[in-house]
Design a protein around this ligand. Structure first.
Ligand SMILES: Nc1ncnc2c1ncn2[C@@H]1O[C@H](COP(=O)(O)OP(=O)(O)OP(=O)(O)O)[C@@H](O)[C@H]1O
Ligand SMILES: [Mg+2]
Length: 352
């Protein structure tokens, strides 16, 4: 039995992981022009010293600099706003960012891949599974299965493409101390994977507060690049923000911080074409008299940053019901799935 402590490595430590032996299916980031060979220190106004500061702040490549706001960059690198603008513009020029015709967008959409959830019903609801290059938010009450799905995806991402995986690793940002290696072992066995190998392919970062969570996400780019990570899990994305910012007066600050965090996650999805799976709690809404009196935490900011939003609730037996409530390209709908010791599956068909 592998001890939990051995697996719970923080991202600060050197992570030694054996490469897994499925063929490489990503050609690299999907944003046009991203394959820039230019070093950050080559940008005008950036020497080795400033380049180091910029990288320390989580801007590891041209794209992240190009997408930064002048304020973000000037604060991070302790440089003037005007210099920051100059650096950002140079990074944008280097990447040749601009408009393109829809056929090119269509071409790139073909690089979008999916991880199976293990349930055919739920996969169908999501258009074939959870999508790379996008953020997927599952929200729901206690025990609705958000964390179970997180574990299942951490296993399924490791499967070869013909079995619905991406032959990659998972990065698990655990904010509620509910990551369970035992569940990975159970689900890996059921999926026909070697449990020891499966455990070594899940990199866990335990976030103790919202700042810690923030930094873990900012550091994720490095791991994604160097360790074949195809899935980033944040379970839960809002809980720490909720406990760290209590009271009405702190709401604006909380939303601002959450906004930046979600922006970081969105950027990881865009730049590295990985799956971002995040979970969110719901709160009760006393103002709702009819229908479901719950709403996801995080308000419109959460809604804005989730490409796919799914509400999941508990039914009888191991049954769960998922409802797709927001998607740029899929119809709204519901799916019924099952949670068992083996993980996610579909309920047996009813006899007629
Ligand atoms: N080994 C198992 N076998 C069968 N069902 C399990 C197993 N482990 C967990 N479950 C089911 O999953 C439920 C817990 O779900 P999960 O932890 O994913 O909820 P959650 O949506 O993350 O809730 P929270 O908001 O509290 O984090 C349990 O109540 C149980 O029904
Ligand atoms: Mg949970």
């Amino acid at each position: 039995m592998v001890k939990k402590k051995e697996i719970e490595k923080t991202l600060e430590e050197e992570i030694v992981v054996e490469p897994i032996t499925t063929e490489k299916i990503f050609e690299g980031p999907i944003i046009p022009g991203i394959k820039s060979k230019m070093a950050i220190s080559d940008l005008p106004g950036v020497g080795e010293k400033i380049a180091e500061k910029i990288k320390e702040a989580g801007f590891f490549d041209m794209m992240s600099i190009a997408a930064a706001s002048p304020k973000e960059l000037s604060n991070a690198a302790e440089i003037g706003d005007a210099t920051a603008v100059k650096i950002i513009n140079a990074a944008r020029e280097e990447l040749d960012i601009g408009y393109e015709t829809a056929d090119k967008v269509m071409e790139r959409r073909k690089k979008v891949l999916r991880i199976t959830t293990g349930s055919k019903n739920l996969d169908a609801l999501l258009g074939g599974g959870v999508e790379t290059g996008a953020t997927t938010e599952f929200h729901g009450g206690f025990g609705s299965s958000k964390t179970q799905i997180a574990h299942q995806l951490a296993v399924n991402v490791q499967l070869p493409p013909e079995k619905g995986g991406l032959g990659g690793r998972a990065l698990f940002i655990d904010t509620e101390a509910t990551f369970r290696p035992e569940r990975i072992v159970q689900m890996a066995k059921a999926a026909g994977l070697d449990p020891e190998v499966a455990l070594s392919n899940v990199v866990v970062g335990r976030a103790y507060n919202s700042d810690h969570q923030f930094i873990l996400a900012e550091k994720a780019g490095d791991l994604i690049r160097n360790h074949n990570v195809k899935l980033v899990i944040v379970d839960s994305v809002t809980a720490q923000f909720r406990t760290d910012f209590v009271g009405r007066g702190t709401l604006a600050e909380r939303q601002q911080k959450l906004n930046r965090h979600l922006h970081t996650l969105q950027r990881l999805a865009d730049v590295y074409n990985v799956v971002i799976y995040m979970t969110n709690q719901v709160m009760s809404r006393p103002d709702v008299m009819f229908g479901d009196p719950t709403a996801p935490i995080g308000g419109h900011i959460m809604g804005h940053f989730s490409t796919y939003r799914i509400y999941v609730r508990r039914s009888k037996g191991g049954i769960r019901i998922a409802k797709l409530i927001d998607s740029p390209n899929l119809p709204e709908g519901e799916a019924v799935f099952l949670i068992t010791g083996d993980g996610l599956s579909d309920p047996p068909e009813k006899k007629k």
